[in-house]
Design a protein. Structure first.
Length: 197
């Protein structure tokens, strides 16, 4: 099993990259999100990888983070979602945002993806919601245990209320420190008076 590929970027295209690792060029299909993290041709890159075996082919998929690779694995486990559709779904935003959409039951987030209709998007939510919710709870608990967490929790709380991550961060900019609830209350007051950013 090929778990990662590191080497010089030989080719960089909208849907794939080729990385020269030890004299062998590996072609990895990538999402638009991963492509943003791949440097220019001639520079060194390192990608997590997933090898998908079909009756008539072997395909290698590349990911900028383990989180994205894990979400890819979860998506292809859903009936009706193949590797190409999973990559298209991952191109719709950062893996963290997609995980939150699943946890929040936002099926519409996936309906915009070519190859995913209403039924399939609802199936994604039904089959993955509990798995994803558990992962996100673990992440919040870890952040809380590591300290400096109030701002992270407040930002995540604002995102769950429907604010975009960047907008949430702007609302928290300059807010006095305090616990997450105080920070959220301050941010919501700022949003109400239009003083963000």
């Amino acid at each position: 099993m090929i778990a990662a590929v590191r080497g010089e970027v030989m080719v960089r295209r909208p849907d794939h990259v080729v990385i020269d690792a030890g004299g062998v060029g590996y072609r990895l299909t990538v999402s638009a999100e991963t492509l943003k993290a791949v440097p220019a041709t001639g520079r060194e890159a390192s990608l997590h990888a997933e090898l998908v075996s079909r009756d008539d082919s072997l395909s290698l998929f590349g990911f900028a983070s383990e989180e994205e690779r894990d979400l890819f694995g979860e998506l292809v486990s859903v009936s009706g979602i193949g590797p190409k559709v999973a990559i298209a779904a991952l191109s719709g935003g950062p893996a963290r945002e997609l995980l939150r959409a699943i946890a929040a039951g936002d099926a519409r987030r996936f309906q915009a993806v070519p190859g995913i209709g209403k039924r399939t998007s609802e199936r994604i939510i039904v089959e993955l919601r509990e798995k994803v919710a558990g992962a996100l709870e673990d992440e919040v608990a870890t952040a809380a245990a590591e300290g400096g967490d109030a701002r992270i929790l407040a930002r995540d709380g604002l995102v769950s209320l429907g604010y975009a991550p960047l907008e949430a961060a702007q609302l928290l900019d300059g807010a006095e420190s305090g616990d997450a609830e105080e920070l959220i209350a301050t941010a919501l007051r700022r949003a109400g008076t239009g003083k963000a950013g």
